[in-house]
Design a protein around this ligand. Structure first.
Ligand SMILES: Cc1cc2nc3c(=O)[nH]c(=O)nc-3n(C[C@H](O)[C@H](O)[C@H](O)COP(=O)(O)OP(=O)(O)OC[C@H]3O[C@@H](n4cnc5c(N)ncnc54)[C@H](O)[C@@H]3O)c2cc1C
Length: 415
């Protein structure tokens, strides 16, 4: 089959690679001259297959007033005259039940575990250089109540085969000596030895190169302007390089999937959650952490990527403009300097802003649409790098009519 993938972030490129391996003729359309120039560019670098619990949880409800009012909270909401934003918020609040949060956690753990297994197979098949490390993840908590909640979550996840250990403050510092500066402020941490990290940008560009060698046609610098439809089929993608015909089309446009699909009366609840990162020239083992660390209090992740430390955080529900907020980036830098003061040269840090393509229930949207040859693989929120391989495999299975290795209905559009 001739398949046209729309969008060249980590999701589109991974989808292209898996579909090419299934023997399809694949074209990928990306408006930038290179792949991974938007949200897949400088994200947190975490392959956190076991940290997939959704944001929508009853525990967030008491925190909402703070998010609305405080400039320096990790999550920030600025209401807009935007019906999509309000629809998203209402669906998010509806998803904040214990039953749904637990069900979603179990479903995302299944997709996470599948993604890890497939990532291992992928790196064995394609020797990609992307600062990939299997170094484990330590999530540290600064207050006892939050640490207790994390221990309960780890206990719940143990039934799904997740190996996680609760550590007290001194044990956290013993595991990651770079935490010494904040050691006396730590209530404890959860260590997950099986977690991994890597540079999503280098992964995506490397995999695009491998896919191109396997015959995938990369149409870079080509803007999609719409889809042409006839009855219940898409006949062509209208682009700045003319119409592209194919037997099937896959939407992987990140947060821009929503408006494109709405023009066809297909509604996916994907809305951008803005975040920021800093990339600091660093010295792992000499002030910079060697394991991936998440500071749960500030919701900031730290990943050692070769000679650099990637610091990422903030969740801003502030609209669809991808412009940088310098106050938020400065806050991220202050928090990082406070936690790891000797990690590297903060003055030489490069800052980045990204838009997580988020759904209210934190699950990606993978599967068919009412148009018989139009498929979706989008809405991966804060977990696109982590879930890319599993999501692409599930979509490839659905296109081939094979039974996916997990309950694909959990991720289907309109679920
Ligand atoms: C601060 C931050 C930290 C994060 N940390 C992590 C992490 O540690 N681990 C993790 O797993 N995930 C993380 N994420 C999430 C992850 O980055 C995203 O889920 C992922 O990048 C989404 O990939 P995507 O391919 O769907 O979207 P994108 O990377 O945005 O790709 C969509 C592509 O579509 C293209 N496009 C859009 N419109 C058009 C058009 N009209 N014509 C042609 N092309 C078009 C865009 O140019 C873009 O390249 C983080 C995100 C942020 C913002």
């Amino acid at each position: 089959m001739q398949i046209c993938i729309l969008g060249g972030g980590v999701i589109g490129v991974t989808t292209a690679w898996y579909l090419a391996r299934d023997g399809h003729r694949v074209t990928l359309v990306e408006r930038h001259p290179e792949v991974a120039r938007e949200t897949s560019r400088a994200n947190g670098g975490q392959l956190s297959y076991r940290y997939v619990a959704p944001l929508a949880d009853p525990s967030v409800l008491p925190k909402l007033p703070h998010w609305l009012l405080a400039r320096d909270s990790a999550l920030r909401f600025v209401p807009r005259l935007d019906v999509q934003q309000w629809r998203w918020c209402i669906a998010f609040l509806r998803a904040c039940t214990t039953a749904q949060s637990r069900r979603t956690t179990a479903e995302l753990l299944g997709l996470g575990m599948l993604s890890q297994q497939l990532m291992h197979e992928l790196v064995a098949a394609e020797p990609l250089a992307f600062d990939y490390v299997r170094n484990g993840k330590l999530v540290v908590y600064r207050d006892a109540a939050a640490f207790d909640g994390a221990r309960r979550q780890a206990d719940y996840q143990a039934q799904f085969g997740c190996v996680q250990h609760a550590l007290d403050g001194p044990a956290c510092v013993a595991l990651e000596p770079a935490l010494a500066h904040v050691g006396d402020r730590l209530a404890g941490g959860i260590h997950t030895p099986g977690e991994e990290a890597g540079d999503c940008d280098r992964f995506t560009r490397g995999l695009a190169g491998a896919a191109a060698r396997d015959g995938v046609e990369l149409k870079l610098g080509v803007e999609l302007t719409g889809l042409r439809v006839k009855g219940h089929r898409v006949t062509a993608a209208a682009t700045s390089a003319g119409d592209l015909e194919a037997d099937a089309f896959v939407i992987c446009l990140g947060f821009r999937s929503q408006p494109l699909l709405a023009s066809l009366d297909v509604h996916v609840p994907v809305y951008p959650l803005k975040g920021y990162s800093l990339t600091v020239p660093a010295a792992p083992g000499r002030g910079a952490p060697r394991v991936s660390v998440t500071d749960a209090h500030h919701k900031v992740v730290y990943a050692p990527l070769g000679e650099q430390l990637r610091i990422a955080g903030m969740v801003d529900l502030t609209g669809t403009r991808a412009d940088a907020d310098h106050e938020r980036i400065a806050l991220l830098a202050r928090q990082a300097r406070d936690t790891f003061p000797d990690a590297g040269d903060y003055d030489a840090a490069s800052a980045w802003t990204g838009m997580r393509p988020a759904t209210p229930d934190s699950k990606p949207v993978i599967g068919p649409t009412p148009y018989r040859n139009l498929w979706l693989n989008t809405g991966h929120g804060a977990l696109g790098f982590t879930l890319a391989c599993g999501s692409a495999r599930v979509l490839a299975d659905r296109i081939a009519g094979r039974e996916p290795p997990l309950d694909a209905d959990a991720f289907a559009p309109g679920r």
